[in-house]
Design a protein around this ligand. Sequence first.
Ligand SMILES: Cc1ncc(COP(=O)(O)O)c(C=O)c1O
Length: 353
Amino acid sequence: MKKQLASLNIYSPGKTAEEIQRDLNIKSEMMKLSSNENVYGPSPEVEKTLQAAIQNIHEYPDAAGTDLKQAISRFYQVPSEAVLLGAGLDEVIQMLSRAILKPGDEIVTSEQTFVQYSHHAVIEDCTIVTAPLTNGKFDLKALLGQVTDKTALVWLCNPNNPTGNYFSEEELTAFLREVGDVPVVLDEAYAEYVTAENYPDSLKLRDQFENIIILRTFSKAYGLASLRIGYAISSDEWTDLWHRVKLPFNVTTLSLKAAEAALADQDYLKRIVTQNATERARYYASEFKNHLLPSETNFVFIQVDDASQLNDFLLRKGIIARPVPGGVRLTIGTRDQNDVIIEVLNEYFKEEA
Ligand SMILES: Cc1ncc(COP(=O)(O)O)c(C=O)c1O
């Protein structure tokens, strides 16, 4: 076995909503707000498409994912050869790591970010070099100081999971000008939710900086988390490399078709994003707003000294969130859910005061 695997944690899915409900004897319906899924579900067009696509599940999928790649290519005005499809960004992150990292290389990323960047670096026997977050966002100046000639890959998560804050186009451009030609991954899993005007237009920056690899997913705002489909957009040269490590049929026909339908329904996406922004604003207008890091996503990070105490309090009220170091990450719910949650959080912080 690879000796470095011994240090890895196995992903723990935690208890199901039903198990928690039973164990804590909760009578009300549980709100599962721990994985930043789209609480409204996907476009209704997706269901229709899936019903038609199910006729062909005895056949292997299109290994090249041609139709979806062309749809992404038209949507973003990028060559379809620049698109790599994966079974969620989880698989894309694995493919990039597998293609690029050699034992002894270093990756540079932030503390408290999406764990899969480091997970795959460990599997590839690499060293992880980090800088702290500043106010819940990647500190690009500090990260630049960590990049050396040993750095094989830089992972930037924008907005960051689990904290929700983002860095601007100006900050990113300054970083890219200095960093040289090391590949820089921009994980933009939550990009569709961002409403801040100075959020980087990474697709435009791609023309200027050939070393950037942009990651997007259908799991979040497009509401297809269970279908497992995400993609990278990079320079066409890189894509050839990715395809050498890609499993031939890594993405299913149902995922390909559903993603195409979801991408085509931009009116629905806009409604989701607007609704999420409206609900998000309610948290920032609440009595406990000072406990929140700024968020441009569909979740908020509630800063507390004792994350497990707040998490247990929420659980007893039927709210499943995610405790992380320094706080609790909570997916923004529907209007009705947020009515309840905001009351519950008011109560918690009043008791704490
Ligand atoms: C920042 C970030 N990147 C990547 C992923 C993986 O997404 P998926 O594999 O569902 O596309 C997630 C999921 O939570 C995420 O938060």
